[in-house]
Design a protein around this ligand. Structure first.
Ligand SMILES: CC(C)(CO)[C@@H](O)C(=O)NCCC(=O)O
Ligand code: NA
Length: 625
């Protein structure tokens, strides 16, 4: 694949990049390194782990919120989402619905519990709630997830740049890793957060530039709209309940909530940012501020896919693009559009690298934190601050090298990069989310149950994940020529097949059906497996007693859901000491409405039945008369 991409690249870059392009790209690297240097030399000069890993717990909400989006918005999203929209239409956009609950729940459930415990790592919670061994299991799972994810993140922009300029792939991978390691180790979390802010802005600018140029070349906004509409590329709400359908409202809008919870609720990279906020209120506010920016990021990527569709639909470039990967196609299109506009190719490459660097630096820093706080410090409590900080830095370097190795792994996977990344989040992030939910919402869960649950969750996730790779049916790859079902050809059947390419003709059965579960359900499925097995094993081995649970580690979910019952009954039923938190009316409101509706509905049915009976009796009496 890669060789092919390189060939196509040399074909198109006949004019070559302009000097301005190099300057813009260099500015990004220099900017990021300067921020790292600034925080290495200012403040406490990164001499304590409190500063290096926690940013002195002094951050305000604006930088934290921009940094929160940057963590999981990498080159994967910049390239993968347009590729998805170009091929399959705008159905993916409905994941935006999941952002509502996916951010409200972290803001009002996870942040209050985690912030008030004054943690230094998210997994410290697991020790407070369960035991040391659960903490270590959680930490190791997180490390695994992050290292594999980092591989995809490093690989994607390198792959892109290779496709465009013919730069050596592994040289780019190495350079990215090096720059990132440098500013992360110099400036600590403060540098990571502030470079995230800078890089997020560059990311938005690059995407916007591509969209503006693309709309212009496609002949204006109305032309773009007409083409995507006629090309059947605006997807309606797909309410198909089949869980094996890849993208429907249910998989994206409901399954996506669990994906968001695993990322924004319990992932160390994000929890670390919440904990670095100066107050709890500030942390909650930053979580709220993520919502509009994340919607903007999603909208930009989706619109970019649509603009590309409008610009290129009906043209066959497959001869220039021997690679069948749609990700490579997106890069080809972008560079083709930006050709001859000095500075813009450079801006787009800077955009890709901004997205990637901000994600990789978050991953580095969070990995260094958990290794230090969860794996090393508990065993060497007497270690000096100086030595601990040095060790944290050494760890960041080690992980840097490890992620380069992981980039090779991604290279071997056949999926689109977006799907690979989201699968990793679901397969490994889901069980971790389950572990936290088990601890926070179910006071009866004990340590044995937690470990058994995590084991079961990881087992089913790898079972279904690996099963889906092994049994994958070939021919799902869509080539450029597939989009030629343009309105210009006036061929209605062709238009139909565009939308229907991904629909299998016959339903798989048995185990194969299990393997074809939509990857958007992975988080929810594995999370519930952990909770279920965790509870069953806990009840079998003797559930935790209320007085044994560390105060403040349980969120009174049951108590709040049963808020219509009197206090005494609730306390008996739920065995939870109320935390003294204010009930989040906003979140319970839909639930209460739902209760009222079903009650009213029930009453109406009853009265309907009664009136029907009365009517029958009347009828009977009339007959008798
Ligand atoms: C994680 C979400 C779903 C949050 O919007 C999105 O940013 C995304 O699709 N990310 C893909 C993974 C990545 O960009 O590395
Ligand atoms: Na990023």
């Amino acid at each position: 694949d890669l060789k092919d991409v390189t060939d196509s690249a040399s074909l198109m870059s006949s004019s070559g990049p302009h000097a301005v392009d190099y300057v813009i790209f260099a500015l990004l690297l220099v900017g990021s390194l300067s921020i790292g240097l600034y925080y290495a030399l200012s403040g406490g000069r990164q001499r304590t782990t409190q500063e290096f890993l926690m940013a002195d717990r002094s951050m305000r909400c604006l930088p934290v919120s921009l940094s929160l989006i940057a963590s999981f918005q990498s080159a994967v999203a910049i390239i993968g989402v347009p590729a998805e929209v170009y091929v399959h239409g705008t159905q993916y956009w409905f994941i935006g619905c999941a952002y509502i609950l996916g951010l409200l729940i972290p803001a009002h459930v996870f942040i209050p519990v985690l912030y008030r415990l004054k943690l230094s790592s998210a997994y410290q919670y697991l020790e407070l709630r369960f035991s040391k061994s659960v903490r270590i299991c959680g930490t190791l799972t997180f490390i695994f997830q992050t290292v594999v994810y980092m591989g995809v993140c490093v690989y994607t922009p390198a792959f892109a740049l290779n496709a465009v300029t013919g730069f050596k792939l592994w040289g780019v991978v190495l350079a990215t890793g090096l720059v990132c390691t440098l500013y992360t180790t110099m400036g600590g979390l403060k540098a990571v957060i502030w470079t995230d802010v800078f890089q997020t802005l560059v990311m938005f600018a690059g995407q916007l530039a591509v969209i503006v140029v693309g709309v212009h070349q496609a002949g204006g906004l109305s032309e773009v709209w007409w083409k995507v509409w006629e090309g059947n590329h605006i997807s309606g709400l797909d309410l198909n309940p089949d869980p094996t359908e890849r993208h429907t409202f249910w998989t994206l809008g409901v399954g996506g909530v669990f994906l968001m919870l695993s990322l924004y609720g319990v992932n160390q990279a994000q929890v670390q940012r919440y904990l670095s906020s100066r107050t709890e209120k500030e942390a909650v506010r930053s979580c709220y501020m993520v919502f509009p920016s994340l919607q903007l990021a999603l909208a930009l990527s989706c619109v970019m896919g649509l603009v590309m569709f409008a610009r290129y639909c009906g043209e066959d470039h497959s001869d220039k693009l021997a690679s069948s990967s749609t990700d490579a196609m997106v890069i080809y299109f972008v560079m083709d559009m930006l050709q001859g506009l000095p500075g813009l190719p450079g801006l787009f490459v800077a955009c890709l690298f901004s997205a990637a660097l901000s994600t990789i630096s978050s991953a580095f820093n969070s990995l260094a934190t958990v290794t230090m706080e969860d794996l090393i410090k508990p065993h060497f409590p007497a270690m000096t601050e100086r030595r601990a900080t040095l060790l944290s830095k050494a760890l960041a370097v080690c992980y840097g090298l490890l992620c380069l190795a992981m980039a090779f792994l991604t290279h071997l996977m056949g999926d689109s990069v977006l799907q690979v990344a989201l699968k990793i989040f679901g397969m490994v992030g889901g069980p971790i989310l389950g572990l936290f939910c088990l601890g926070m919402f179910f006071p009866w869960a004990n340590s044995t149950g937690a470990i058994a649950g995590l084991g079961a969750g990881l087992t089913v996730s790898f079972w279904v994940g690996i099963g889906s790779i092994v049994t994958r049916t070939p021919g799902t790859r869509v080539l450029l020529s597939d989009c030629r079902a343009s309105p210009m050809t006036n061929n209605t059947t062709a238009i139909f097949t565009t939308a229907a390419t991904s629909v299998p003709l016959s339903r798989p059965s048995g185990l194969r059906r299990f393997y074809s579960l939509s990857y958007m359900w992975y988080s929810a499925f594995t999370c519930f497996t952990v909770i279920l097995i965790g509870l069953v094993v806990s009840f079998l081995t003797g559930p935790m007693k209320e007085e044994d649970v560390t105060p403040g580690t349980v969120y009174p979910l049951m108590g709040k859901l049963l808020c219509f019952l009197p206090d005494s009954v609730r306390q008996k039923l739920c065995c939870v000491t109320p935390l003294g938190q204010t009930v989040c009316k906003l979140m319970l409101f839909p639930y209460q409405i739902y209760l009222i509706i079903i009650t009213l509905n029930y009453m109406r049915q009853q009265s309907d039945q009664r009136s029907h009976q009365t009517y029958l009796i009347q009828l009977h009496q009339e007959k008798c008369n």
